[in-house]
Each structure stands twice: as C-alpha cells, then as structure tokens.
Design a binder for this molecule. Structure first.
Ligand SMILES: C[S@@+](CC[C@H](N)C(=O)[O-])C[C@H]1O[C@@H](n2cnc3c(N)ncnc32)[C@H](O)[C@@H]1O
Length: 212
C-alpha cells in the first residue's frame, strides 16, 4: 500500500509555508500545542533511554524536541533536520550545542546511524511518505533502532480533513491502516499505534511505532 492516493499538489511546498511560520514566530505555539503528544511518545520509547543513545528529530521545526532529547542523561547525540531554512536558523540561534541540518528529508544522507528516530506532525506533508519511511528503516536507523512518529491529520480524525484548504498546504490524507502498512512494508517489526489526547470530536494524535 505504498501509493499515494490523496495528495492535492496545489499549494506551495510545506517547507515554504513553515519558513514563513518561523518568521512570524508561530513555531513556538506549535511546539506548545505538540508537547503532550511528544511527551506521550517519549513515554513509549522510554526503554530506549536506559542505555546511551543517539536521536534524530525529523522535521524538527525550531528544534525543541532535539533539545528535549539532549536533556536526558543517556543521550549522547541529538540532531534535527528540517527543510525550512528559517526554522533551522532559529534552532541554531537558540542552541549552539546540538546539530541542526537544513535539508529536504529525501535528499539527506546522514553520517551517523541513530538509535531513536522521532517525528511530530511532519510525514503527511510528503507526497509519498513510503519513501522516507523506507529510508529511515534501511539507511538512518542502526540495527537496534526504533522509529516513532505522531500525526494529527489522518482520515479517522474528521476535524483535520479541511486543514489543507484551511492552512493552504498540501497534505496527504490517509487512514491509520495506511500508516501502519507503510511501517510494516518498510520492514519494521512490533509495529503498534495509539491515539493520544482524544476528546469530543478530536480523535487524538495518531502515534505509530516500530522497531528495526
Ligand atoms: C507542523 S511542523 C512540525 C515541526 C516540529 N516537529 C514541531 O513539532 O514543532 C512540520 C515541519 O516539517 C517540515 N517539513 C515538511 N516537509 C519537509 C520536507 N520535505 N523536508 C524537510 N522538512 C520538511 C516543515 O518545514 C516544518 O518545520
């Protein structure tokens, strides 16, 4: 199930839109809005914090999750990558210690392999998310690594369906089954998913996890 069926390519690239968000300071509200879901994800990958680990945040925005990983005693390397130049400039202004890479996700070739790869609210901006999930599995994670991602825009969360038009960004509107299949097709094992923070009409952040 790797084919994209619902990407409406009529808006500017997401990275251009988020570049503008960084200029306007909207990255900070976004980080606050995502904090509970990211805390949930950190809790799910807690066993990975028992030994020294390296972490990568995919689509890191202003880098707040990179810094959150680095606060943990066992984190020896924390890196973020984002295609919005202003987001990366902002991350580097805030933090001189950790590494922030400005690149499109599909073009980057890491120098390191990671124990933990994390991503919050990024993957549905990609026209074909199967490509990055396969890359993460085969080229970015080490043999004992895990990948966890969270997304708020998915078919089973009806209030998110109008977001491409509301925000003016291309989004890949897909079901929970689609995202789980992409993980399994890429080779991940122990694939699991949760919906965290659901209330009233909001079906929660879809969190998907898998191990190499
Ligand atoms: C909704 S923001 C989330 C940022 C951050 N994860 C957070 O929680 O604050 C999505 C981020 O994904 C980045 N992004 C989207 N498509 C990308 C691509 N193809 N390559 C690199 N970054 C991308 C955007 O630039 C943006 O910063």
């Amino acid at each position: 199930m790797s084919k994209t069926i619902n990407f409406n390519n009529k808006y500017p690239p997401a990275t251009a839109v988020f570049d503008n968000w960084a200029t306007k300071g909207k990255d900070e509200g976004m980080a606050k809005g995502h904090a509970n879901s990211v805390n949930f994800m950190f809790n799910k990958i807690k066993p990975y914090f028992n030994n020294q680990f390296s972490a990568l945040d995919v689509g890191c925005g202003n880098g707040w999750v990179v810094r959150k990983f680095k606060e943990l005693d066992t984190c020896r390397l924390s890196i973020g990558i984002d295609g919005a130049k202003k987001m990366i400039e902002k991350a580097r202004e805030i933090d001189l210690d950790n590494e922030y890479i400005h690149s499109d996700l599909l073009e980057w070739k890491p120098q390191y392999l990671f124990n933990i790869i994390h991503s919050m609210e990024v993957l549905y901006y990609l026209e074909d998310p199967s490509k990055i999930i396969k890359k993460i599995y085969s080229e970015w994670l080490n043999s004992a690594g895990c990948f966890i991602f969270g997304i708020d825009h998915y078919s089973e969360n009806p209030v998110s369906i109008s977001w491409p038009e509301d925000v003016g960004v291309n989004m890949n509107t897909q079901s929970i089954g689609y995202w789980v299949s992409l993980m399994e097709d890429a080779g991940f094992r122990n694939v699991n998913y949760w919906q965290t923070g659901a209330k009233k009409d909001w079906m929660g952040t879809l969190v998907v996890f898998g191990e190499k």
